[in-house]
Design a protein around this ligand. Structure first.
Ligand code: AMP
Length: 359
């Protein structure tokens, strides 16, 4: 018998990425259910089932109620992912959630990175500094995001305090590169192996948190270089879904920093700026549908960190799109974002300033 029900997609997590995936699902023939906690922001548009994401039995029971599962964060215990009908696959997630495996995988795929070394002890750290040079950044292998789990070292004497600061957990030490720009490339690969790319995006961070993304970063040579890297990563991983890779531009070449096996903050502008958003293309890919066009217009995205601007204030700018995730205001928290067509220079400059997102 043919099952005419919509495919049910379960998202592990119910934060803003799940929220925007659920919003994108409204025009597709799929149903979304999230695994999270009461009060999570995806609740505004989707069913959120209470699930402890660290508990394999609870995640398994959630997965049994849907046709396939996807993630909104790579920081999820690899043990709970085994045996799920998961897109992207568990191997891709396992590599992306461990900075050491990720960097080694970049090298296997012929993609350059900053110099790095594994650090499991203070002795290792002292030896690693000789390899990477100084300044360098000590990063925890797992659970790092938005600059968390990172300590900068300027002098050899910083080693002991840096090791204490990260709590003595497995790390990598990375040489600091002096980059001309930080960019990201977002691609979607469908179940048939078809790949679509968005244009390169220029990103600006402060305190380790993305503040502003500008699309496109126009450089045909680098666009081709980045696309060839992504093809390599996606094909070797037999990846299905959206993959984002963050890169440094150093001496006119690309070095990979990290990859995210999910929709990415630097791609939020695609909701208004592209014919098909990253959220819709992720759902299309994992549900086995045709991927949509990534034809894009120049667009700027500003993150709202800590608090959302007042609605009356943003309403004064007709070209502005406001996304309020409905989260409680808290310092350092991503609570929303604003999107503008790149032609709205005056409005962008004003909001950059107000949101402390100046370049
Ligand atoms: P990450 O969590 O690895 O994305 O790092 C957060 C931010 O720190 C990056 O977006 C860069 O601005 C900066 N950063 C990280 N690694 C390096 C590096 N090896 N050299 C220079 N800057 C870095």
């Amino acid at each position: 018998m043919i099952n005419r029900d919509k495919p049910r997609i379960g998202i592990l997590g119910a934060g803003q990425l799940a929220l925007m995936l659920a919003q994108a699902s409204k025009t597709l023939d799929v149903a979304i259910v999230c695994a999270g906690q009461p009060g999570d922001c995806a609740e505004q548009v989707a069913t959120v089932m209470p699930v402890d994401l660290d508990d394999a039995a609870e995640v398994g029971a959630f997965a049994a109620q849907v046709d396939l599962v996807t993630i909104e964060s790579e920081n999820i215990h690899a043990d709970v992912l085994g045996g799920l009908h998961l897109y992207p696959n568990a191997r891709a997630v396992a590599i992306a959630q461990d900075r050491l495996l990720e960097k080694r995988f970049f090298h296997e795929c012929g993609i350059g990175t900053a110099p790095f070394a594994a650090v499991d002890s203070l002795d290792d750290l002292n030896n690693a500094m000789a390899l990477t040079g100084l300044p360098a950044i000590l990063k925890t292998r797992r659970m790092g995001y938005d600059g968390k789990g990172q300590v900068r070292l300027r002098r050899p004497e910083d080693a002991a305090s840096a090791w204490a600061e990260v709590g003595g957990v497995p790390c990598i030490l990375e040489g600091m590169v002096s980059f001309e720009a930080e960019v990201s490339l977002i691609a979607a690969r469908g179940r048939t192996g078809k790949i679509v790319f968005y244009p390169l995006i220029e990103n600006h961070h402060r305190d380790g948190i993305l503040r502003i993304s500008i699309a496109p970063f126009v450089d045909t040579t680098l666009q081709h270089e980045a696309e060839s890297y992504l093809v390599n990563l996606l094909e070797r991983l037999e990846y299905v879904g959206v993959l984002a890779v963050e890169l440094f531009v150093v001496n006119g070449k690309l070095l990979a920093n990290e990859m995210a096996p999910r929709v990415h903050n630097s791609g939020h502008w695609t909701i208004e700026g592209s014919e098909t958003s990253q959220f819709e293309n992720h759902l299309r890919a994992i549900a086995g549908m045709e991927l949509g066009s990534t034809q894009s217009r120049p667009t700027v995205m500003l993150n709202c960190i800590g608090t959302m601007p007042m609605e009356e204030e943003t309403a004064a700018f007709p070209g502005l799109f406001r996304h309020d995730y409905g989260k409680e205001a808290r310092p350092g928290r991503k609570v929303g974002h604003l999107t503008f067509p790149a032609t709205e220079r005056k409005a962008i400059a004003e909001w950059q300033h107000r949101l402390h997102a100046d370049l």
